[in-house]
Design a protein around this ligand. Sequence first.
Ligand code: ARG
Length: 581
Amino acid sequence: MTLLQNLESRLSKALETVLGEPTQPNLMTAADLRFGDYQSNSAMVLAKRMKSNPRALAEQILNAVDIEGLATAKIDGPGFINFTILPEAYAAYAESLLKDPRLGTPELGKGKRIVVDFSAPNVAKPMHVGHIRSTIIGDSLCRIARFLGFEVIADNHIGDWGTQFGMILHGWKTRLDHEALDQDPIKELVRVYREVNASTKDDTSVLETCKIELVKLQAGDPENLAIWQQCIDVSKFGLQKIYDRLDVKFDHWLGESYYNDMLSGLVDEFLEKGLARESNGAVCIFSEDTKDPSQDPFKVHREDGWTDNPAIIRKADGGFLYATTDLATIQYRIDTWNADQIWYVVGVPQQLHFRQIFEAAQRWGKTGDFRHISFGSILGEDRKLMKTRSGDNVGLTDVLEEAVERAAAAIAEKNPELQGKEAEEIAEIVGIGAVKFAELSQNRLTDYVFAWDRMLALQGDTAPYLQYSSVRIRSIFRKFDGEFDASAVAIRLEKLEEIHLARLLARFGEVLPMVIEDHRPNLLANYLLELARAFHSFFEACPVLKSEEPLKSSRLALCKLTSTILEQGLGLLGIRCPERM
Ligand code: ARG
């Protein structure tokens, strides 16, 4: 149980005593330590409802609440009740955390299954910045949800079917460089695709040829199907290398093509059940006209007012669309996987698409809790969309390569003793950690500027700063000779810096539920920065190895708990810590 939960249950008992009926209290972490550690506005909320005096009600609640040995409380302003946790309660809680593998984190997700749909790049197209964000955020959310006890199914819904294959098939047959394909399959497929795409601009007959190739593929032509399969295989192989490097794992790779056989039945069912109807030869899902058009994903505002904005699930030529596949995917996830929730980690531009298919799925009776976890763009240092010098979208591999190179240079400068394989490994951990942290420490909805120097700085809001903090704690234990068993230590908190460190350690289990509620890993990232800063202040103010027992053991135990939480927290962001750096 977290301290917040502990206090909450005491407050709720007090409210029941005062009001004569069970009442849910409002309690939150205080915004400012001047207001104590936790703050409740329950007296104000309830007094308003009962038309009574909030300070008088707060007084009654204070008299009824049993916080003996846990906290002190006082009334502030118009009727806030502010609680300050006692140092001995923080000490006792830190002792319990040292024995708790969950580090105080509640098991919120027990018995609940979530499918997380993330990364999902398109075959034969390079992973672009949007896929970078999706991959990093999605992976971190999977890790955090699992730690909270949810059963998570990570599914990579790759774009492995679609009109781009007309061009790829044509290119494969006429201009493929097999050696280049072996070396870097994704790069070669992208080259072929780009070249064909460019040549269609000068020669319309190429476009015709591509269309014919596509139609043959869709009709099941064995040669084209075999080439298509090979494209998928080599692409997956190339992608897997990137995922390995990023330490990102999927339970499934059910791409768009997996659902092909289900699409025509799905459209028939939608027609039969009246969920969709024909319009100019196409099959479309329309608004039910039951809500305000400004809230209706099947309406759009044009010059002459609100008009229909249907989702097409079958084109007039019989072709199926992205929406059709996504509906089939929802059916599979709900009916076969029994998912309670489905999370889609996909950029803001697809918002309308998801609002439409979520609503269509609900009408269809596929009930679940669907969430579009969207994010903004990554900008270059010129504040424009991030592009390479030649104007292309930046590929993920290049970003990782450069991050690791820069990290290697920074490490060589800082600690020239590190050499060879060890230095390389550290550069990999630090470089990739820096890219991930730069992403995860931002509010996902805002665009952010990708600035190399800022993300690799040792002093700053960066992964290297956190990794360096963990390395520093590890070095304390290297200097301490002998076994240190933190589970038997009695913690005593004397200085303010010690109390503050314990306060932050206690918050780990309170932050994670907030992270998952709103899908915001940046709350965890920022918490870890705060924890590291608190550690550095503690370390400056409180000698550890040079202090006498029992203080020495107590402080060592605080160091131990800090490093455990720091590393666990970074691990939940998908970031590793080196032994040295
Ligand atoms: N492949 C898509 C893209 O790159 C993303 C797929 C997201 N997932 C989904 N179920 N629609 O834009």
